[in-house]
Design a protein. Sequence first.
Length: 323
Amino acid sequence: MNGPSGETLAVDILVLPETNLILVASVIEPMRAANRISGLDLYDWRIFSPDGAAIETRSHIPIPVDGPFRPARETGPLFVLSSYNWQRSATPQLKMLLSQTARHRSVVAGIESGTWLLAEASLLDGFAATTHWEDFDEFAAAYPQIAAVRERYVIDGKRITTGGSLPTLDLMLELIRRRHGYSLALEVSRLFIYEQASASGETSARPSTGSMRMADPRVSLAVRLMEETIEQPLTLARLAKRIGISARHLQTLFLETIGVPPHVHYLALRLNAARRKVIETRLAFADIAALCGFNSASAFARSYREHYHESASETRRRLRAGT
């Protein structure tokens, strides 16, 4: 799903009957959030069902669709979503349509039980793939020609597979990161993922880093310190010292846990804070730069343009014009 970062990406979503509502939301909501946060139409999507009827989800909330799945020569990504009883929809006609459209698609993704349908259509042969943990052993035995791996999601060239709704959210954040950069992916993640308050109730729920789940408490503490020192950023050495480990060890922990070095995460936090001030206040850009830890207005301007592909004044003018 890589490409020009400001270009609208058209995504087709095939939803099978009895799909969980949260699974559909896990695909769509991150794209919607990326559009809202950026103020751009970065993603567009169409929803299809096998027969064109609204999808009856397990929660009894129907999902309207744009029509029956009758692909032509579309080249955009295709996501195939399923939760229960995928076999009922795995007709010879649907498998043929999937095989035909896969020849043209940049990416075909099997979401949760959608992996099984792609496997049945021989679209995962020779690829690495995953599925829901409850079905993993059965899937691996049924399709020895597929390299089954126990991961939350797997991106293998033009094939993507996930093991459930939360892994799908992780996947979408990763795809946004690859297409639009870490800063936007981080900001999208913070809309959806919250850490619970402590048992004593001393702290309220606060945004976390989404797919960058921080199992290591030292990384979690480092991120807290980053969030609290946006105006006067700490050096890596000082940050590591306050946590009680070496700078090199902290660097390694970030790469293993979040997937980026500490300075990349720190800069993303500061740029996201700056962008909110650009949009929501009338502060001068030099003041915003100082409040978000940049040592000069010019340094802020360079970083802002590099990450958002426009100047702060262009962002402010464009988004305010739309209100």
